[in-house]
Design a protein around this ligand. Structure first.
Ligand SMILES: *Cc1c(COP(=O)(O)O)cnc(C)c1O
Length: 376
């Protein structure tokens, strides 16, 4: 509903509303758009149902969901454990902002359970991880992380943006909170920005209060687009899983692709974990070509079907060369495991044969016109 305020009939209605608000009655009416909106409430309900969670909260973006959640749950002096491959802006928030409030973080290697165990301190309040990760598609054994956390009274927060509720149900594996950038697969059409947190009502209450203060709510129109997008989530993800697998298999037969990072391939280091936890391996394939930074740019530029850009999860395929898109210098890229020749390919719902033919012609084009483009 395109509306910022919800007028009351009279003072008696306000008083009755306030009583319900005081008691956190979930069935209370709406008041003001920064607290709730009927369309957002529908989106929240659908996302909670998809994740098999008790409740969900919608935000203006995935980053708004992450920052509000961390600020609501952490206190000065707390310690968090976070994988070093976590989404860049999440890392920046931890490094540039949480540190200013004396909330310390230990960054651990992708998927390393030993790393988590070694990093646990008495002050550790929260473990945050993504699965699968950008850009190397590492998969954390989320059956084991909550076990470790529970033993130490630590909350676990899973950013399952790339997994989607179709491929993975983190709550089946006892995680405390699930986060999504709904901008990606949940919305699915590259036309909205939103984020969501899912978890138990009790835990979400603090986050909901913080959202009312920080104000990062999704716009009603974005919530509407999200509800609409969710109707086709299962179909889209099914197709993207198929396309991801087809493209990964094709690339792994090509000499020009040196390494293909896709958890659906038996050669991927986490294939066994992914096969156990996931019902599909997703639409994102990362691969390293045989060639330099410039050769890689030429391949990207010669692709005709995917857009060139920094997102994933939409119906349109999108490709990007991470080394060009990131603001990191060469040493930092190396440290973060982003080789110059790495291409991230987020498959849309197009016909896989067409995508594969496009990749074939791009290779030929790039070989035939080495003078064409690409930053040096
Ligand atoms: C995109 C993304 C985010 C941030 O979401 P926005 O909606 O862009 O704010 C967080 N985590 C992951 C894994 C993402 O891919």
């Amino acid at each position: 509903m395109q509306c910022s305020t919800y007028a009351f009939e009279n003072t008696a209605e306000i008083l009755s509303f306030l009583k319900k608000k005081e008691a956190n009655d979930p069935d209370r009416r709406h008041e003001y758009g920064r607290y709730s909106n009927p369309t957002s409430t529908v989106a929240e309900q659908r996302i909670a149902d998809l994740e098999n969670g008790e409740k969900s909260l919608l935000f203006a973006s995935g980053m708004s969901a992450i920052t509000t959640t961390l600020l609501a749950l952490l206190d000065s002096g707390d310690h968090v454990i976070i994988a070093s491959s976590t989404y860049r802006q999440t890392k920046n928030f931890v490094i540039d902002h949480l540190a200013r409030w004396a909330i310390e973080a230990t960054f651990i290697a992708d998927g390393s359970l030993q790393g988590i165990e070694d990093a646990i301190q008495p002050q550790t309040k929260l473990i945050l991880f993504e699965t699968p990760t950008h850009p190397l598609r590492r998969v954390v054994d989320i059956e084991r992380v909550p076990e470790l956390a529970l033993r130490n009274g630590i909350l676990t927060l899973t950013d399952a943006t790339c997994a989607t509720p179709i491929n993975l149900r983190p709550f089946d594996h006892a995680t405390d909170l699930v986060i999504h950038s709904a901008t990606k697969y949940l919305g699915g059409h590259n036309d909205l920005l939103a984020g969501a947190v899912v978890g138990q009502r009790e835990l979400l209450l603090r986050i909901e209060k913080a959202r009312g203060v920080f104000g990062g709510v999704a716009s009603p129109h974005d919530a509407y687009l999200l509800v609409r997008g969710l109707k086709t989530l299962a179909l889209r993800v099914q197709r993207q899983n198929e396309n991801g697998m087809r493209i990964a298999r094709y690339l792994s037969t090509q000499d020009a692709a040196r390494i293909v990072h896709y958890p659906g391939l038996p050669a991927h280091p986490d294939h066994e974990i992914a096969a156990r936890l996931f019902s599909g391996f997703g639409g994102v394939v990362s691969f390293e070509i045989r060639g330099s930074m410039q050769d890689t740019s030429r391949v990207i530029d010669a692709l005709k079907i995917p857009y060139i850009g920094p997102t994933l999860g939409g119906v349109e395929s999108i490709a990007q060369q991470q080394a060009v898109f990131t603001s990191l210098d060469e040493a930092e890229r190396r440290k973060d495991g982003i080789p110059d020749n790495l291409i991230g390919y987020a498959a849309g719902i197009e016909d896989a044969d067409v995508l594969i033919r496009d990749r074939g012609q791009a290779r030929t084009q790039a070989d035939a016109h080495p003078e064409r483009g690409g930053p040096t």
